[in-house]
Structure formats: structure tokens, C-alpha cells
Design a protein around this ligand. Structure first.
Ligand code: SF4
Ligand code: SF4
Length: 500
């Protein structure tokens, strides 16, 4: 066992109201500079839709992430980008990259026009101008252009997940799409097997040894921009002014002083949770190249129980400080992901082993108002999954490599919590049915209460359980884990230095 600690995240999508406060907080702190106007390290997109940059999920277009090349019984993991023939043809040119139009041309308004316009019959307006070159422009897209009803019929039909559904499912979805959509906030997943890092020819991207945050060295970056193609989530961006790539840094300067990242701190829906996960780095390759049917399972198996004495002992040997181990035992992320099995990675089939997990949204409709009162839609409680507002296959395309069972299992647990609470609060559920539903969802009463508490009534300190990340602690953990460096290529090469 080669145990590492990783700062990880859970976003509970049922709670996201799509207010974009998170995006704005991040923009104000990190991307309010020249050359980064179009960047949204945190963006919120509407699903079904094409997202930002547009069609980022379409790896046929962008060649991001990893793919397994099977030869007989052997399975080899390689970057999708690294196709020798294509590489030769494109040695000084990388077409697998979003262009400005795929993001959007950032704009501002010529506000001065409001004050300097000559007197006339009409109200003066502030003209739209490009933030790149200052010329007047027409706005044609934006970071969440397909928000709500703004063109979502058009965008939903182009969503790569939708195009993979059967014709019947597409019709069902696109009809319901008039009423149904949800939001998906996205930041860098600080992956365990990052495509961005593997694709960088300059070795400028590294994963911090002590907490797994993935960063771009601004000193080493040579503007190859392979990271932008290599990341299947399109969460590395190119600063056209400095000529360097940039990405979400998970607000590590805030975390080092015990504060949650800005987008987490401001989240209006309180959908975000942050905590430590312990994982076995020896299993990275096996998990990343697992077959689709067991992909989610293998990824979750890598995550270890922080209260297990064997895990604690092996983690200590690997130099993980006791302060971090104690915090790992209180991690809300461990609870959601491993203990309760309620959160899943986004597009696990990209095989980067993302460390941001999502509780899927939009619980199925379980009852409807009929003449004479409310009526259940199905006698079999879990049969209501067939009445899900979006096809299960669509959710499976997002969260479980197209496998419906892992997503359905999550919904079964979420529905069980809802039924227990219904019995407690309204009293119109049948207690025998509630027990049966809980047994099928494999949840205990205690777990239901804990889930309910963490989802609805938790405090700031329940949401964000941040390990000690002061430089001194990092130094201590690096000293001990240094011996492992060569095995993975991850982590610091030099000790952190304080002072001039
Ligand atoms: S999500 Fe982040 S860590 Fe993962 S490949 Fe993309 S940029 Fe790298
Ligand atoms: S601030 Fe929270 S609720 Fe608002 S869009 Fe961002 S993640 Fe969703």
C-alpha cells in the first residue's frame, strides 16, 4: 500500500440554484487580469447543454483524457492525444484545442458613452466592446450561454450525452427539456491521474505531495498548451498575455490559513463539501484502466477507510502527519463518497480519476396531484426511477461511464432518505414499506439521520474540514514521502522556502 492524502470535494447538485456566485467569487480573486478575461476556473453550466467551452465532453473533437488500448489480454493506458501518426502531422500545431469561439469572446461595455453622448431624443447606451482588442462587437456566446431557457432546446439537442441516447429517449428528454434542467458547477477535479500533467512536455504541471492539489509552474511553462488538450474537462486555460497556462489552484493560499476555497465559501446553495481522502496510489493504474462496467467500483476501491488501524499505520509510515489523519476521519467527502455511496465522479470514463464527486440531481417524481388527492405513481417505490425527469441513461452518461446501475443505486438511497423523512414529518408513508425500502437501499436509521443532517442542517465546519496545511506541516510530510518521488513523478522536487 502506498497511501497518500488528497483534498477532495463533493458537490450536491440537488442544492445548486445556478446563481453563479461561486464563479464570480473566483473571477474576482484569480481571473480579473489581462489575458485571462475569458477564463472561468469555476463555471456553472446548464444540463442538458453543451457547456463551456462548448462541447467539452466530446473527446472525438478534443482528444482529452486517457484511453485503454486492449491487445489480447493486456490493457494499456495511453493519452488519447498521443496518436503517433497524428503527432507527427501536428508537431508544431495542436488542433485539439478549443478556440476563442468555443469559449467565447470576452466583452465589456463602453460605459463612458453614457456620460459623453450628445443630447438627443434617445437614451444613450453603452456599446459592447471586445476585451481582447477593444473593437465594437456583437455578443454571440458566453460562459453559460445555454442557461435556463435561453436556447436550451438548441443546446440540449447538441449535448454529446444526448446524442448517445436512443431516439425514443432523445424524444422523451427533449420534450421534458421544456421543463427540466439542472446546473452543474465545474472546477478542476485535481485528479489522481491527471491528463494535463501527463501531456505537458515541459514538466510544468505537478501534483503537490502533501495534498494532491494540481498546479502549473509559471516558471517552467513553455506554452506548448498540450495540457489544455490533455485535460478532458478543459480546466486548464492559456493566458494569451503572459504566454503561460493557468488553472484552478483550489485556493491553496486560503486553505493554508484554514479557510475554504472562495467558491466553496460563498456558495449560496451550500452544495459544496471539502475534506481529505486517503487513497492507495499503488492502485491508480489498475483503477484507471478498468473496464467500463467496473470503472466506478475500482475508483472507489482505491479510497481507504481513514479509521482502519492498518490504513493509519501505513499512512504514518508514508509520512502523512497525524493532524491530517485525524482530519481525514471527519471528512464529509469520505462519508458521501464511500460510506453512504451517494456521490459519483463526473465522466469516470475519461480515466483521470477525478477527486470531485457529484450527488446526482433531480429525484424522480414519486407522486402527482390527482382528483381526490395525491397519488403515488408506482406501487413499487423504486419503480418511480422510471419516472425520473431525465432518462437514467443520461445520468449514467455523466456519472458512471454509461452504466445505469451505479446511478440507480445512488437514487435508491436518496429516495429511501426521502421516504423516511416523509414518514417522520407527514406520517403518510407505510412503515413496513419504509423498512423494506431502507433494507433495499442498504441504509441504517443512523445513516439516514446523518445524511439528512449533513445535507440540510450542517454548519460551515461540517462542510469544510480542512487539514493543517501550513508550510511547516507540508515540509514535514515531504521529508518523509520524498523516497516515493521517483515512482510517480508527482510532488515537490524542492523543499518549500520561506523568506527572501
Ligand atoms: S481536471 Fe484538473 S487535474 Fe484533472 S486533468 Fe483537468 S486540469 Fe488536470
Ligand atoms: S454558488 Fe453554489 S448554488 Fe450558486 S451556482 Fe455556485 S455552486 Fe450553485
Amino acid at each position: 500500500m502506498d497511501i497518500r492524502s488528497q483534498i477532495s470535494m463533493v458537490f450536491h447538485l440537488d442544492k445548486c440554484i445556478g446563481c453563479h456566485t461561486c464563479s464570480v467569487a473566483c473571477k474576482n480573486i484569480w481571473t480579473d487580469r489581462r489575458g485571462v478575461e475569458y477564463m472561468w476556473w469555476n463555471n456553472v453550466e446548464t444540463k442538458p447543454g453543451t457547456g463551456y467551452p462548448t462541447l467539452w465532453e466530446d473527446q472525438g473533437k478534443y482528444h482529452g483524457g486517457w484511453e485503454v488500448k486492449a491487445k489480447g489480454k493486456s490493457r494499456r493506458l495511453g493519452l488519447r492525444l498521443q496518436n503517433r501518426l497524428r503527432e507527427l502531422g501536428e508537431i508544431f500545431y495542436n488542433p485539439s484545442m478549443p478556440q476563442l469561439d468555443d469559449y467565447y469572446e470576452p466583452w465589456t461595455y463602453r460605459y463612458n458613452d453614457l456620460f459623453t453622448a450628445p443630447q438627443g431624443d434617445d437614451q444613450p447606451v453603452a456599446r459592447v466592446i471586445s476585451q481582447i482588442d477593444g473593437r465594437p462587437m456583437e455578443i454571440e456566446s458566453g460562459p453559460n450561454w445555454d442557461d435556463d431557457y435561453g436556447g436550451s432546446q438548441v443546446y440540449a439537442a447538441n449535448d454529446p450525452q444526448v446524442t448517445r441516447l436512443s431516439e425514443v429517449e432523445q424524444q422523451q428528454l427533449l420534450t421534458i427539456e421544456k421543463q427540466v434542467y439542472f446546473y452543474i458547477p465545474r472546477i478542476c477535479n485535481h485528479c489522481l491521474n491527471p491528463g494535463c500533467l501527463a501531456a505537458c512536455p515541459a514538466g510544468a504541471i505537478y501534483k503537490r505531495g502533501e495534498d494532491g492539489i494540481v498546479l502549473v509552474s509559471q516558471e517552467k511553462c513553455r506554452a506548448w498548451r498540450m495540457c489544455i488538450s490533455g485535460c478532458p474537462y478543459k480546466k486548464v486555460y492559456y493566458n494569451w498575455s503572459t504566454g503561460k497556462s493557468e488553472k484552478c489552484i483550489l485556493c491553496y493560499p486560503r486553505q493554508e490559513t484554514g479557510q475554504a476555497p472562495a467558491c466553496f465559501h460563498v456558495c449560496v446553495g451550500r452544495i459544496r463539501y471539502l475534506g481529505v481522502l486517503l487513497y492507495d496510489a499503488d492502485r491508480i493504474e489498475e483503477a484507471a484502466k478498468a473496464e467500463d462496467v467496473v470503472l466506478v467500483e475500482r475508483q472507489l476501491e482505491m479510497i481507504l477507510n481513514p479509521a482502519d488501524p492498518q490504513v493509519i499505520e501505513a499512512a504514518r509510515k508514508n509520512g502523512i502527519p497525524d493532524g491530517v489523519l485525524a482530519i481525514a476521519q471527519k471528512s464529509p467527502v469520505y462519508k458521501y463518497v464511500k460510506e453512504w455511496r451517494l456521490a459519483l465522479p463526473l465522466h469516470p470514463e475519461f480515466r483521470t480519476l477525478p477527486m470531485l464527486f457529484y450527488v446526482p440531481p433531480l429525484l424522480p417524481v414519486v407522486s402527482a396531484t390527482q382528483p381526490g388527492g395525491t397519488q403515488r405513481l408506482a406501487d413499487d417505490f423504486f419503480g418511480t426511477l422510471e419516472h425520473a425527469r431525465l432518462p437514467m441513461q443520461y445520468m449514467a452518461g455523466l456519472f458512471s461511464a454509461g452504466q445505469v446501475e451505479p446511478v440507480e443505486a445512488v437514487y435508491r438511497r436518496l429516495l429511501a432518505v426521502r421516504l423516511v423523512k416523509r414518514l417522520q414529518a407527514v406520517g403518510d408513508a407505510d412503515p413496513t414499506q419504509v423498512s423494506a425500502v431502507m433494507a433495499e437501499a442498504q441504509l441504517s436509521e443512523g445513516q439516514v439521520e446523518e445524511i439528512y443532517h449533513l445535507t440540510t442542517q450542517s454548519t460551515y465546519y461540517d462542510h469544510f474540514v480542512i487539514p493543517p496545511m501550513a508550510r511547516e506541516m507540508a515540509d514535514e510530510s515531504i521529508t518523509s514521502t520524498d523516497i516515493k518521488k521517483k515512482e510517480t513523478g508527482f510532488g515537490f522536487k524542492r523543499h518549500p522556502h520561506r523568506g527572501p
